[in-house]
Ligand binder design. Structure first.
Ligand code: HEC
Ligand code: HEC
Length: 276
């Protein structure tokens, strides 16, 4: 991320807590008349020289700060539970809805989000900044975030990586001591299942969208950590990973007029995807 060498901008930002001009200045502002205006969730505006680590630390605070949302209803961590992962729920706005609701969106993990190029299930945001801004303003009904708050949140979520996995190497191939099922599953993944054409190794996503018959074009999501991101698909339509894998193979077989898997093959492919 490009860091601005110039001092902080000082034009007023729209804010729900902006004081009317008739209210006396707060003691903090009196002590430092040059302090830039603050916005909700950005009580302290970081100076321009913050290191990436300091910015990320600020971002972690904001990530747990419910004042980013209208009415202090939720923080990022409410839904991206467990260090930026997912609480496994499907939402419309801030309301939990039944998995499979066509308007619902299932909470994606933020692990590995720094490596993605398409954000939101429908790929509605081109950058991480746009994605987070849209979530604060539209989903959380919060005040317009300051540039500094956005930069801090982006820096924080970029630090969230996938856990290391002993069965699968960094290039996506099974390690020597992976289980036999995982090894067979990998062969199906890059072979007859056709999965690798969309969920490409080693990121297991694709930088674009596809229509797989789930109600429109959706981004090809990463399959890293899929074992713990249930429910599956944009609307959370399948509860088990095996059912998600089955739906995908059936889609691919229909599209390519190729064969369907046996039950044992579904088990193996699920073992491989579940090990990612
Ligand atoms: C009410 C639950 C909820 C809250 C609160 C929430 N998110 Fe999300 N987040 C979601 C859902 C659901 C999606 C998928 C949205 C979509 O596709 O339209 C999402 C998507 C994202 C994405 C895009 C990830 C991707 O791979 O496409 C990012 C980044 C993100 N959230 C970060 C944040 C940050 C940062 C905050 C706090 C400012 C936050 N979220 C607050 C539920 C939530
Ligand atoms: C034509 C491209 C394409 C192919 C081939 C494909 N997928 Fe997908 N996959 C997608 C898209 C697009 C989605 C998201 C659709 C949605 O959310 O409605 C998806 C979603 C998934 C999900 C749900 C992920 C989550 O986090 O919710 C799993 C699991 C999955 N695919 C596994 C597979 C497997 C296993 C194969 C091979 C049998 C495969 N896919 C083949 C495009 C593809």
């Amino acid at each position: 991320m490009a860091r601005k060498p110039k001092p902080m901008q000082s034009e007023p930002m729209p804010s729900k807590t902006a004081q009317p001009t008739t209210v006396p200045v707060t003691p903090v502002a009196a002590e430092n008349p040059l302090a830039p205006p603050t916005t909700v969730g950005a009580a302290v505006t970081p100076p321009a020289q913050l290191s990436e680590a300091e910015l990320a630390a600020k971002g972690l605070e904001l990530f747990n700060d419910a004042s980013l949302s209208g009415g202090n209803k939720a923080s990022c961590a409410t839904c991206h539970f467990s260090t930026g992962h997912t609480n496994n729920k499907t939402y419309v706005g801030l309301d939990v809805v039944a998995d499979g609701d066509p308007n619902g969106r299932n909470t994606p993990t933020l692990w590995g989000v720094g490596e993605r190029a398409v954000f939101g299930w429908a790929g509605q945001a081109a950058t991480l900044e746009d994605s987070i801004r849209g979530i604060i303003v539209n989903r959380m009904k919060g005040a317009e975030p300051s540039k500094e708050s956005l930069a801090a949140l982006v820096a924080y979520v970029r630090t969230l990586n996938y856990p290391k996995n002993w069965q699968v190497k960094d290039d996506g191939t099974p390690s020597a001591d992976a289980s036999a099922a995982v090894k067979r599953g990998y062969d199906l993944y890059v072979g007859d299942g056709g999965c690798g054409t969309c969920h490409q190794l080693p990121s297991f996503d694709k930088k674009s969208k596809d229509d797989i018959g789930t109600g429109g074009k959706f981004k090809v999501p990463t399959l890293h950590a899929a074992a713990s991101t249930a429910p599956y698909f944009h609307d959370g339509r399948t509860a088990s990973l095996r059912d998600a894998v089955k739906l995908m193979w059936e889609f691919y077989a229909k599209k390519m007029e190729s064969r369907l898997p046996t039950e044992a093959e579904l088990d193996d492919l699920t073992a491989y995807v579940g090990a990612l």
